[in-house]
Design a protein around this ligand. Structure first.
Ligand SMILES: Cc1cc2nc3c(=O)[nH]c(=O)nc-3n(C[C@H](O)[C@H](O)[C@H](O)COP(=O)(O)O)c2cc1C
Length: 202
């Protein structure tokens, strides 16, 4: 029997940690993130839904000074120190040939055949679902007590060349610094719209 949680809304403290008080950080306390923590992030994020369980994200965790410098070299000037000073930066890429893995990832039907010969559709599905996985990664990191600093201000072709040259079917979506955020590094909270502003219930 599948466990359900219909009467178990998360506590206000948990909602604060995940959403209401969580911030995007620009600089980092001098505190390491272990490889075990990266595995723990992945072990949570992989449980969240993707279309046909396609799991298209291919993540490179830039942790060494050399890897972070290589990534910073591909980024806008303002983002360079945010990468160099972070304990680790996740490069959230995606595999446009994700369908090759579907026979074991989605075994109850022949989902691989849905995507064969449709590279445009695969690119769209991989981009959409890897962006979702990047969002799950941020929430997983926050759930584990870590902070995030997502960034898209970089040259994606340069990042592809630097980190995915061994497989040209892998492309970069966005990057996310992870660590223990320095509270002195955040900007004032930007406005968030009321429900009515961008929503309609029809
Ligand atoms: C996909 C994505 C790309 C972003 N790119 C950058 C970036 O290149 N540089 C930067 O400093 N912040 C970047 N941000 C951070 C956003 O500006 C920040 O998350 C937003 O203003 C909300 O801030 P808050 O979480 O502190 O409220 C990015 C965020 C996301 C989700």
């Amino acid at each position: 029997m599948t466990k359900q949680f219909h009467d178990q809304k998360l506590s206000d403290a948990a909602l604060a940690q995940l959403f209401n008080e969580a911030r995007s950080y620009n600089d980092w306390l001098d505190k390491d993130v272990s490889d075990e923590q990266l595995v723990a992030i992945y072990d949570l994020m992989k449980m969240a839904p993707t279309s046909a369980n396609m799991q298209p994200a291919r993540i490179v965790w830039a942790k060494s000074d050399e890897a972070k410098q290589k990534l910073a070299d591909c980024a806008m000037d303002d983002n360079k120190p945010k990468i160099q000073n972070a304990p680790v930066v996740a490069i959230i890429g995606y595999d446009i040939d994700f369908h090759e893995e579907l026979p074991w990832l989605f075994p109850h039907t022949d989902a691989k055949s849905w995507f064969e010969g449709d590279e445009t559709g695969r690119e769209e599905g991989a981009f959409r679902n890897s962006a979702l996985q990047g969002a799950y990664l941020m929430l997983a990191a926050r759930a584990l007590g870590l902070d995030c600093g997502p960034m898209s201000g970089f040259d994606p072709e340069a990042v592809n060349e630097a980190f995915f040259a061994d497989n040209t079917r892998h492309r970069t979506n966005f990057i996310c610094a992870i660590g223990y955020g320095d509270p002195a590094s955040i900007f004032g909270r930007s406005p968030r719209p009321d429900f009515k502003k961008f929503n309609r219930v029809v």
